[in-house]
Design a protein around this ligand. Structure first.
Ligand SMILES: [Zn+2]
Length: 277
């Protein structure tokens, strides 16, 4: 198993009328704690948030973290047209380049929605100058899974590198245990056990969202989701920060200090094999 990388999906689903959102302050605090440990995070940002909060974009870039793309407003790929995707993505790349001189080279599809029905995006990414994607859940899922995809990093046949979500198979269920509600609900001892059982060329990565840490946020029904899902996403946030840094600081696992693009540019994934889909 390779070192564990850290990624953040910078999104915010809180309706404006509730109260001012905490996502910006939480992001800065989290990235600052990572920087103190010498860790460069990969931050997948929603276009909508980047345009609304350019100072936060500056903060991320100025502190040495990588800026990557997480769609304009979290629309799953299956609900997007190619032309919509291309124009929104071009706009984001131009914005980030003009704002902080950074070339955006990484992409993560909302809710891991790169499936066998949306592989058109891989060619779009290539044409738009991306190097990698981190958009596949390599398992069956009630939402968006790609069960036939490799579980370890691989190269699409046009050269784009894919970092599939790290999963642990428990009977018939595959759990993307290193992020979101899975990380929040599972005990740290079990997360560590899942990590210890990873063999081979796995490159696990943690994925968090600002709301995973926001235990002061009032409850609201997330647009497009049921009350049950919204409640699941709302509960169990108070311990996220402690668990995350206990895992990072435990010394039991190697933590990758470089962002995804730094790892690629320094040759860590030069020998990946191609996946023909
Ligand atoms: Zn997301």
């Amino acid at each position: 198993m390779h070192e564990i990388s850290f990624t953040l999906d910078l999104e915010d689903h809180q309706p404006k009328e509730i109260k001012e959102s905490n996502y910006s302050a939480i992001t800065k605090e989290l990235l600052s704690s990572l920087k103190d440990r010498g860790i460069c995070a990969t931050v997948f940002i929603l276009g909508r948030l980047a345009y609304a909060d350019p100072e936060l974009v500056d903060y991320i870039a100025d502190n040495g973290h990588e800026i990557a793309y997480h769609s304009y407003q979290h629309t799953p790929l299956i609900n997007q047209t190619v032309s919509e995707f291309v124009s929104e993505t071009e706009e984001f790349k131009e914005f980030i380049h003009a704002r902080c001189g950074m070339e955006v080279k990484g992409y993560r599809a909302p809710v891991f929605s790169l499936t066998s029905k949306s592989t058109w995006v891989v060619d779009c990414l290539k044409n738009l100058g991306f190097c990698y994607s981190s958009s596949v859940l390599p398992a069956g899922s009630p939402l968006y899974g790609f069960p036939s995809a490799p579980k370890e990093p691989f190269r699409w046949n046009n050269g784009i590198i894919e970092f599939p979500a790290p999963i642990h198979k428990l009977g018939p269920v595959s759990i993307p245990f290193l992020g979101g509600i899975y990380f929040r609900y599972l005990p740290l001892s079990l997360i560590k056990r899942f990590l210890r059982s990873m063999k081979g060329d796995h490159s696990p990565w943690i994925y968090c969202h600002p709301h995973d840490f926001d235990y002061k946020q009032p409850y609201f029904k997330i647009p497009g989701n049921s009350h049950i899902v919204s409640l699941l996403l709302w509960f169990n946030r108070k311990d996220t920060n402690r668990k995350l840094f206990e895992l990072i600081d435990s010394g039991e696992f190697k933590i990758e200090k470089r962002s995804f693009i730094q790892q690629i540019e320094e040759g860590k994934f030069d020998s990946l094999s191609d996946y023909v889909y």
